[in-house]
Write a protein that binds this ligand. Sequence first.
Ligand code: 5AD
Ligand code: SF4
Length: 475
Amino acid sequence: MNGTYKAVSAEEISKQNEYMSKLRIANDRYFLSAGYRRKVFSLTLGCQQNEADSERLMGMALKMGYERTENPEDASLIIVNTCAIREHAEKRALSLVGQYKHIKAKNPDLLIVVCGCMVVQEHRANEIKMRYPYVDIILGPSLMHRLPEHIWQRSGGGKRIFDSATDEYTVAEGLPVSRESSYRAWVSVMYGCNNFCSYCIVPYVRGRERSRRREDVVKEVRELIEKGYKDITLLGQNVNSYGKDSGFDYDFADLLAELDTIEGDYTLHFMTSHPKDATKKLVDVMAQSRHVAKHFHLPMQSGSDRVLKAMNRRYDFEKYIGILDYIREKIQGVTITSDIIVGFPGESEEDFEGTLNALRRARFDMIYSFQYSPRKGTPAAEMAEQIPQAVKSERFDRLLSLQNEISLESNKPFEGKTVRVLCDGPSKNNPDVYSGRTEGGKIVFFDGEEGDIGQFLNINIDRADTFALYGSIVR
Ligand code: 5AD
Ligand code: SF4
């Protein structure tokens, strides 16, 4: 065992297991008398880490004897897993919770739990306390293993529970998990963030970095592969910091290399990497690996050194592009994606043009772009020169139209080529067409069949546009 690893104690986990068993008995009794099971409805906003957390919350709920429903009106337990990264995400969460008021009015036995990053912020916790009196439990992401105990207390007539503020950041192993997919899976390798980028709320709501033990990660990934999972994404707010808190000489590149030795037909992905910590060693491991996807998501945020400094990113464009060039040199055919923020406080027209030029030079396959959203308690929210909304919107549109040209240019060369795609099934907008993703995450549409779902397929691409590739299966 290493020095700083702080696990949720075995006693605490077994205590929560006991609450799950007690609730299971109560819910089974309910089933015997009512003829149907109490149901749980869950909804997730935000990032992949939140998706992964929700799969554990759902795992616990099912173990407590709830049955899953897609309709909140039928539920006896509603779990909303919130995000705090931008104001828009918070507004959505609050409006959803607002909609559950009438369900609670009809069904006073309903329990409403609001989890996730939003509720860790004191002002949001207070807002829910005062303005959403029908919310029963709020629970922070670092404390979610306590869900069973809180449900037991509250359903037994206890007071409303507000359990989100903590500065004790631990790792909980052994919680049940109910995965959404039978072939794509998330595996957290670390939690929290120590970087304090000046715009970002994450370090305040998810706490300090802590890595899971290597043996726990390897075991989880091995079991997933044995179960037939094809696509596994290793998650962390900054995976490149993996192991730094453990006191061992074993970093994220070592972890990837170890996982890559597991035999099977699967692909490994990871996100997110901070450019300041992206090492040549990591790129070399990727280049030599058998299973690591040729995909690098490396958030640049801005192409202006002045803005990068104000963002506290601790790299400049030259360093960033140096990493990109190295990745492209070592990994032929790699897909590179990025995150960009426009309208950061003090961003001048010249700074913004720096970002446009950076896009021209970096030639990302795709970007996730965001308008800066002030987050209470972060340094950037206090900066003097906030950018007017009209300017943010205008820059956002210019950014997108440039990136769309670049994305189209980066997709065009796929025409006439065969790509390996993991099939997801009928596409949302047109069920006659199947969709899947390349290992670089590009969306591909093709003529699939039900038996293809969850399988790797070779697709001959005959057309490419800005957002997707189109083709047919090579059978
Ligand atoms: N406003 C806008 N975008 C943000 N991001 C993080 N914080 C903010 C904010 N306050 C973006 C960053 C990050 C991505 C997950 O969200 O680009 O990489
Ligand atoms: Fe994920 Fe960050 Fe949103 Fe939390 S605030 S859900 S960590 S994106």
